[in-house]
Design a binder for this molecule. Sequence first.
Ligand SMILES: [Zn+2]
Length: 202
Amino acid sequence: MTKQQPPVDGRCDECGFDYDTGDLQGTVTTLIRQAADCSMALTKAAAGPDPDVVRLRPEPEVWSAIEYACHVRDVLETQRARIAQCLAEDRPVYAPMDRTGRVKQLKYEDQDPMEVAAALMRFAREFGAAARVLTPPQLGKLGLYNYPVRAPRTLGWIIRHTAHEIQHHRHDIITILARVEPPIVPKPKPDEAATDDPPSQL
Ligand SMILES: [Zn+2]
């Protein structure tokens, strides 16, 4: 993923996410809806005429749909754990998730799209449930975050940043699948289809 890194404040020109607008409940609702979009785009492509399109990189350095979906799944799981860590510790220091190392270590490209899609939705719901109940003082609590640079971040920023990750990669997944998916070819007519098969009836 060597594209220019998306911003972590203000508005993202690529996907339209804005760190400065939206309340907590609305942000979480949108996150879950967009996670569902990622999940459905992956399963629909995997159930299509060429299931391997989910593993195609549109360019050597741009992740495939399954790689982005695995990343979204792991972001949701990691951020859910960071909410718990932030609430439990006085001065939380979050371990980096190693976003690029995971691609090879966890063999993202070989994972089952249906399992990835299901896990992605499960982690989105768990993240949403943990985020929705946070109080204003909890949302203001700081922890040391590593991405894109090591800096103190509030829990409220972590929720928004997670929502941006999902919105941004939803955009990536849908754009990539639109580039690599084969066009829908009409089924051959019965008389054409029969030419390869021996007659079944006399
Ligand atoms: Zn974005």
